[in-house]
Design a binder for this molecule. Structure first.
Ligand code: FES
Ligand SMILES: [Fe+2]
Length: 372
């Protein structure tokens, strides 16, 4: 198995400039063993968006998430500190907290009623007297690393000597400096929507990172408000900013009404989180692998005014986003089918447009190799 994996991982060459680069091979999008390796490496070693800071502002507030194969719980302790744990009971592995979010005095496993403090210590173990060499104080929920940045909470599940963290700090100073002027504190979360795609998660990310290449062909509405020829692509260490000046002349009415301002900014943060910012709103995309050819994309929508008075306008903006997703859905399915065809092994990249994909593929290669 490892030989097979090594062979397909090494069939990608990360060296050399974009002008000479190929995409990652088709097998990376279809091979189940590579998919498993990704969950254990890419998704465990990187910082994964697990929820929003505003969901856990008070003592006892918690939220749950799934990162790769791992259930996670984030909870604000009695001391007001935020902590992250594997949401896995030490008794027989049931999820301790089962709601998406809530408030609790203690963490109580629904299976046999073991209880943990908000700080993760094992407190109550009903009917467990007489069990030898069982020290409650040595049994606590296993911690995960957690970072709060801007509106979001990120966790990293990998730890230990052979799962060394990626070399770069998260978030990088460059990213912090670029996002701060956007004044995200003025935006408020309105709602979350889930979309499902019949493709490998990387097909969705590639599509996002093609520097607007597909926009004039697939998204006529969006294209009518973007100045396509002046679209820019800038790679950071483990992120990419794609940005486009916006135009009003010739804008399609529905899109033009809710996509205004000087520029639209599209941040991708390796491997699976996107921040789409424009004047008057923001949405984030979290790309969750649900199988080698199944992907869930979670959209969170934020607006400056989330009162009832602004509801109609906010919903109109969400609708525009939803239409763009629908346009992408069919092409992602088509690409996944083609990647499984014997006619295709890998492709080339546009130097003008596809630098972001090149970065994505090289970062993936590094994580997968480290995990072999
Ligand atoms: S699995 Fe949690 S108490 Fe038994
Ligand atoms: Fe698209």
């Amino acid at each position: 198995m490892t030989d097979h994996l090594a062979e397909i991982i090494n069939s990608y060459d990360p060296s050399g400039p974009l002008e000479r680069a190929w995409t990652i091979p088709a097998s990376w999008y279809t091979d189940p063993s590579l998919y498993d390796l990704e969950l254990r490496t890419v998704f465990a070693r990187s910082w994964q968006m697990a929820g929003r800071v505003d969901q856990v502002s008070e003592r006892g507030d918690y939220l749950t998430a799934e990162i790769g194969n791992d259930p996670i719980v984030i909870v604000r302790g009695s001391d007001k500190l935020l902590r992250g744990f594997f949401n896995v009971c030490l008794h027989h592995a049931a999820a301790v907290m089962t709601e998406a979010a809530g408030k609790a005095n203690q963490l109580r496993c629904p299976y046999h009623g073991w209880t943990y403090s908000l700080e993760g210590e094992l407190k109550g173990t009903p009917d467990f007297a007489g069990v030898c060499e069982f020290d409650k104080s040595r049994n606590r929920l296993q911690p995960v690393a957690i970072v709060a940045w801007e509106k979001w909470l990120f966790v990293r599940t990998a730890s230990g000597a052979n799962q060394s963290p990626p070399p770069n700090e998260f978030p990088s100073l460059a990213l912090i400096d670029q996002i701060r002027p956007l004044a995200l504190e003025k935006l408020h979360w309105l709602e979350r929507r889930h979309y499902s795609f019949d493709c490998n998660w990387k097909v969705f990310v590639d599509n996002y990172l093609d520097g607007g290449y597909h926009v004039p062909h697939l998204h006529k509405g969006l294209d009518s408000v973007l100045d396509y020829s002046n679209y820019t692509i800038e790679n950071g260490e483990a992120f990419c900013l794609q940005s486009s000046p916006m135009v009003t002349a010739g804008a399609e009415a529905q899109t033009g009404a809710v996509r205004k301002g000087a520029r639209a900014l599209y941040y991708w943060i390796y491997p699976n989180f996107m921040i789409n910012w424009y004047e008057g709103g923001m949405d984030t995309n979290l790309v969750i692998p649900r199988g080698v050819d199944k992907t869930e994309v979670v959209f969170d929508f934020y607006f400056p005014d989330v009162s009832d008075a602004a509801r109609e306008r906010n919903l109109a903006s969400i609708e525009v986003g939803q239409r763009i997703q629908a346009e992408d859905e069919a092409i992602c399915r088509s690409v996944q089918r083609g990647l499984g065809s014997r006619a295709y092994t890998a492709g080339r990249l546009s130097v003008r447009r596809e630098a972001g994909e090149h970065l994505f593929h090289r970062l993936l290669h590094a994580d997968l190799q480290a995990g072999l």
